[in-house]
Design a protein around this ligand. Sequence first.
Ligand SMILES: [Zn+2]
Length: 261
Amino acid sequence: MKKVQNLSNSRSLWSTFLPEENTRAPGLGATLPCKWPADISRRLVGNLVISKMRKFEKTILPVWFQRSPIDICPEEAYYCRFPAQSNPYPAEEYQGVLKGHHFELTPPLEVEVLGQQLRLVSIHFHAPSEHHLSGHQYPLELHMVHEIVKPTNGSTRFVIGVWFASQSSDDCRGAQFLKAVCAHTTDTKIDLSKCLPEDTGKFYRYEGSLTTGSYDEDVSWMVMHDPVPAPDHLLRQLKPEPDIAPTPVNRRYVLRSYPPT
Ligand SMILES: [Zn+2]
């Protein structure tokens, strides 16, 4: 009678085709077809894995694919019929604490933007602007940072970006905020409605990230098309920050709220 080979122990079966000295790379589960003594192979493979992992952490992990800021190109953005959006902030002065570039609201302000309930917690700015418009960089960009009250799509923050453009006159929408910043006022009142341009119906929407710190990709961005006019001599008093280059749009869509002309 022919002897039937027991195939239940596949490890012992495979071992018949491989040299005895073979070993397994720690944690990889792969058998190495080499004839070196097991302990040397294990040490070499272990070092190789560690160096590869360190290289991976340094080179691969910091690469994000939904980063902000971006260069917004209106002709490449998709026109989308958004609900009519009026200025969500009341035309009244709101108390807060201004520290350098940051204005903390006390308490946060509940608003509704594009049908979403948001909580405006702080305002800060970057000079020059982080987002570009068709390659153009503005002297300043304001970020209105909101928490999303009931997050549903992975984003937990909703940030409205507003470009400021210089003009010669002091009589303009962006004057109050910049005057407070340049005067180094701490406790101050800001008319939040004037932090947005007069026309709030023209804007861009895309999904992105924080632009500093942990760069968390959990930010829904709304960037206003029209800049807020601001006094040139106040913009010139701001100490320029290191420039941050726009990041690739990659597989995302940038939406715009106004039709092509
Ligand atoms: Zn910012």
